[in-house]
Design a protein around this ligand. Structure first.
Ligand code: GDP
Length: 360
């Protein structure tokens, strides 16, 4: 295809919001991410979700299939959600974009029985400091005594089938959680009662184990992004790629590679990129862009497949020479134009961004 027409067509499109999952240890972050990947796969359609490097993309069509009556896909023009696969506030804090949080939006997972715990508090403080919009996943509703599990169902449908005893027991826990959030200065409520998600925190009761409530969570995340972050999602998807390094990893046959979340623009094979390094910004040329092979094709010797280009938002592995001194958390920027001035400008941006990260 003609790259010039593609660029005109795509300029100014909306990108996928980047979602991070935070919460206290054992409250169910990993299980929730696994369930989102798993249930989306069960929806059956090829390409229902895409496994990226370090992230999972859930397209709007899959969300609307899972959510049934909860979602009218014509209400949305954002393409879906990109979940960062590494949960926890450590990764959240170290992954920045232009000095802010890399994640556009967050899910705070809280075990409904356990309530607020030290790392819940820490996570809330970080979300507050970075001004990241979030929703609360009140997880493990299925452990409520007398619970009648409703695999994969929207939560209100499930609640209708529960005994009075189970419902009131769950409600006690949920109100305690809402109280804890209010103690932290957040007015919160059951998500279906929240009108304005900017000033109120929506609480989504769910089970990462049985999947009930997960359609609701995805719907709320889409709604929140669509309503309040559309401007930030408006990117020049054909512009020079900008991303953040998740990890620097040695790969057989490639040497040191970068696992990157791209949050703006496009990166192509052969592009010149500048990456934050231990001493100075590293200038190198993209030798290969790699994505995980779809599950069915995994062979030990061929874990990755090459792609020619990647568009934000996406996770991708970048193979290029001279990456040994690259740092996780550092910015990556594509240089367009082959003059020295363009290169120097990008190097300066990378230096400034690194300085900002080191100050906080
Ligand atoms: P993380 O440390 O926050 O990533 O927590 P994990 O996802 O590892 O979950 C901790 C434990 O809680 C595991 O044994 C999970 O199987 C269990 N768990 C997580 N979510 C649920 C849930 O919704 N219901 C039940 N019954 N168990 C859960």
């Amino acid at each position: 295809s003609d790259p010039d027409t593609e660029e005109t067509f795509d300029a100014g499109s909306l990108r996928t919001p980047i979602v991070a999952v935070l919460g206290h240890v054992d409250h169910g972050k990993t299980t929730l991410l696994d369930r989102i990947r798993g249930s989306a796969v069960q929806e059956g359609e090829a390409g229902a979700i895409t496994q990226h490097i370090g992230a999972t993309a859930v397209p709007l069509s899959t969300i609307s299939e899972m959510a049934g009556a909860l979602v009218d896909p014509t209400d949305f023009d954002l393409p879906g959600l990109l979940f960062i696969d590494t949960p926890g506030h450590h990764s959240f804090s170290t992954l920045r974009s232009r000095g802010g949080a890399l994640a556009d939006i967050a899910v705070l997972v809280v075990d409904v029985n356990d309530g607020f715990q030290p790392q819940t508090e820490e996570a809330i403080d970080i979300l507050k400091r970075t001004g990241t919009p979030f929703v609360v996943a009140a997880n493990k509703v299925d452990t409520t005594p007398g619970w009648n599990p409703q695999e994969g169902q929207p939560i209100q449908q499930s609640l209708e089938t529960q005994s009075d005893r189970a419902s009131s027991r769950l409600n006690e826990n949920l109100y305690e959680l809402i109280g804890d959030l209010s103690g932290k200065g957040f007015s919160a409520d059951f998500y279906w009662r929240v009108q304005d998600f900017q000033s109120n925190i929506g609480v989504v009761p769910l089970s990462a184990m049985t999947g009930e409530g997960i359609p609701d969570l995805l719907t709320v995340l889409m709604g929140l992004s669509q309503r309040y972050m559309k401007e930030e999602m408006s990117v020049d998807v054909a512009g020079p790629g900008v991303g953040t390094v998740l990890e620097v990893k040695d790969e057989q046959g490639f040497g040191a590679t970068l696992d990157v979340v791209l949050y703006d623009g496009v990166v192509r094979e052969g592009d010149t990129v500048v990456v934050g390094g231990r001493d100075e910004p590293i200038v190198t040329e993209v030798r290969a862009l790699l994505q995980p092979r779809p599950n069915a094709e995994i062979r030990a010797e061929k874990q990755f497949e090459r792609v020619e280009e990647v568009r934000a938002a996406a996770g991708v592995k970048i193979a290029a020479p001279d990456l040994d001194e690259a740092m996780s958390g550092a910015p990556v920027r594509v240089v367009r134009g082959d003059d020295e001035a363009a290169l120097e400008a990008v190097k300066r941006e990378v230096r400034e961004e690194l300085a900002r990260i080191e100050v906080d």
